[in-house]
Ligand binder design. Structure first.
Ligand code: PGA
Length: 249
């Protein structure tokens, strides 16, 4: 099964309008044609980035509410993100889980509203260093996946992306080796395959955690790694474009 590579940039709480304009124009001009490129700016810049990105580059939000409307001050609904023409939303990023208290059930609820609004969720899973050292990586990732599967079913994964992001590799400069990442990616694909082989073969599994221009190619060469979710290195167009190129042929 050949899967089209996808590289998504997660700007987190970074950038202002000037930076967004410069970075998006550069990425639009230089992106490789054989890779799906997605930009996930902070909420206030979604409309601007969507307008600049045109049809060639995808745009996504970094999180969303589990509610579609009502008295939920400060929240942003899936329907609003879709309304702007954005196609993607990151769900369950480890920073949302650890800093904002999103547990597996809350992540599953967000995945569900995203899917119901026609967005493509980028579901993040991954273990902490303590969990890895205790030999719990697969159990943690399985529980994170199963919470979503129990809620929405495997069919919803036909329109989803999963990002394996070991917490110990995010923003630390420590990257999983291609072997460590491949092992967990294969585990994720097998677990989904136990429910539906077609969905498991087609779904794109991204690796995230200190991906840089100089380590991207070796990670993306692993058979079950179909691209990356890039934090810090997505804020500089040279490094982000180099990473996108490493995902292509
Ligand atoms: P990083 O972040 O590339 O800065 O490690 C990745 C992520 O959090 O998605």
């Amino acid at each position: 099964m050949s899967r089209r590579p996808l590289v998504a940039g997660n700007w987190k709480l970074n950038g202002r309008a000037d930076m967004a304009r410069a970075l998006v124009s550069d990425v639009v001009a230089r992106r490789p044609a054989d890779v799906d490129v997605v930009l996930c700016p902070p909420f206030p810049y979604l409309a601007l980035v969507k307008e600049l990105a045109g049809d060639g580059v995808g745009v996504g939000a970094q999180t969303l509410s589990d509610q579609q409307e009502g008295a939920f001050t400060g929240e942003v609904a899936a329907g609003m993100i879709a309304d702007l023409g954005c196609q993607y939303v990151i769900v369950g990023h480890s920073e949302r889980r650890s800093l904002f208290g999103e547990d597996n059930d809350m992540v599953a609820a967000r995945f569900q509203v995203a899917a119901e609004s026609g967005l493509t969720p980028i579901l993040c899973v991954g273990e902490t260093l303590e969990q890895r050292e205790a030999g719990e990586t697969e159990a943690v990732v399985a529980a994170q996946l199963d919470a979503v599967l129990d809620r929405v079913g495997i069919a919803a994964f036909a329109q989803a992306i999963v990002a394996y992001e070991p917490v110990w590799a995010i923003g630390t400069g420590l990257t999983a080796t291609p072997e460590q990442a491949q092992e967990v990616h294969a585990f994720i694909r097998e677990r989904l395959g136990g429910l539906d082989h077609t969905v498991a073969d087609a779904i794109r599994l991204l690796y995230g955690g200190s991906v840089k221009a100089d380590n991207a190619a070796s990670l993306f060469a692993a058979p079950d790694i179909d691209g990356g979710l890039i934090g810090g290195a997505s804020l500089d167009s040279d490094s982000f474009v180099a990473i996108c190129e490493a995902a292509g042929n």
